[in-house]
Design a protein. Structure first.
Length: 172
């Protein structure tokens, strides 16, 4: 079995139709849920969930994926980070990152899943204060966001269950 503590997550890029590949190690010992996109100016974006605290990180590449800048961290306890890039009009180049994030609800003090959204208006260099929505008391998974032509941001999500304890004391 592989030793996951000695692995490194990487971004791969090819400039010859996949004949050869360049590798850029991200310096993360654990990562999952990669998502990529290209801004209208050609800047590459890569989001991954990484590290033991499940940080959502956004990497930028100004050279087609040869190198990746230090990531912007959007916080911990994240899952299924995705994003959509505005393509037209006043939304061109805006980035909306969405994920599921565990957060504590102020009213009840309970930790629950939220729909998390962070926006960047400068090509992913920085992100505005995120918005978190508690849609239900169940566990959720956010899906792929969409930005409609009128600027409406749509973030579908799926309720998939609640904590239950089986006869052996396992929470699922």
């Amino acid at each position: 079995s592989p030793d996951l503590k000695s692995t490194d997550c990487a971004a791969l890029v090819s400039f010859d139709g996949g004949q050869t590949w360049d590798r850029h190690n991200l310096g993360l010992k654990q990562c999952y849920d990669p998502w990529t996109g290209i801004l209208p100016d050609g800047t590459g974006l890569l989001t991954v969930i990484g590290n033991e605290s499940s940080d959502l990180m956004v990497y930028r590449s100004d050279d087609g994926g040869r190198t990746w800048r230090n990531p912007a961290s959007l916080g911990d306890s994240q899952d299924h980070g995705t994003f959509v890039i505005g393509r037209t009009g006043k939304y061109a180049g805006k980035i909306f990152v969405a994920s599921q994030q565990g957060a504590t609800e102020k009213a009840s003090g309970e930790t629950r899943d939220t729909v998390f959204v962070a926006q960047s208006i400068d090509g992913g260099r920085t992100f505005q204060e995120p918005v978190r929505v508690f849609p239900s008391n169940l566990h959720i998974t956010t899906m792929n966001p969409a930005l409609l032509s009128d600027g409406t941001l749509v973030i579908p999500y799926s309720d998939f269950g609640r904590d239950a304890v089986d006869g052996k004391g396992t929470v699922w």
